[in-house]
Design a protein around this ligand. Sequence first.
Ligand code: C5P
Length: 231
Amino acid sequence: MTAQLNPRGDVAVLVPAAGAGVRLGPGAPKALRLLGGEPLLVHAVRRIAAAPSVHTVVVAAPAADVEAVRAMLAPVAPVTVVPGGAERQASVAAALAAVPAGPDIVLVHDAARALTPPELVESVAAAVRAGHDAVIPVLPVVDTVKEVDAGERVLGTVDRAALRAVQTPQGFRRSVLTAAHEAAGDALTDDAGLVEKLGVPVDCVPGSELALKITRPFDLALAEHLLASGA
Ligand code: C5P
């Protein structure tokens, strides 16, 4: 059944899904790899659309696959599909440019985090609504982390208690994300990094283990298991 988005919602979700996914091994672009028989992107969009505050979803697809992605997502939810760029940042900028007037909160969410629960979308959006300009979901780092040199010799041990692993969706007041992308120089791996460069404070909310990023074959196997267990 096609999900309905909320016409009175205040949240637009941008989904960069134009990456090749080289680390998953050869095959289709990562967002189109199958999990439980459906593309990762379908899982991700279905969960985003189930979040009650979501007004708009814009997907940045591989340029060659825009029509196929539109057809694939039409039965899932009413989404806008635009061609992505060569870098993740360019894909996010293309999706941001397609957000209609209205939503004041913009979330950026990787298609690769296909099992992210709708509750995490809502909690990030709620923190922005409550007055934070930029919000990221995080988990504590469980491993000990070392800094090494080019020869793999340990330079030192980082204080784990002060580290966080960062997930998506990352949430922003719309004007802040727009300003960050206009000012963007070097490509960064996340949008909060662009906002930090503007000097805007970025705040954390608890992340979710289900929001794992499906990057390597092991992650896909884990996600298959989680999906089969009801995630
Ligand atoms: O490559 P990485 O795993 O960091 O990609 C994170 C997300 O950014 C993925 O959902 C991927 O599809 C997306 N991406 C994109 N456009 C690119 C590169 C990556 O939309 N040119």
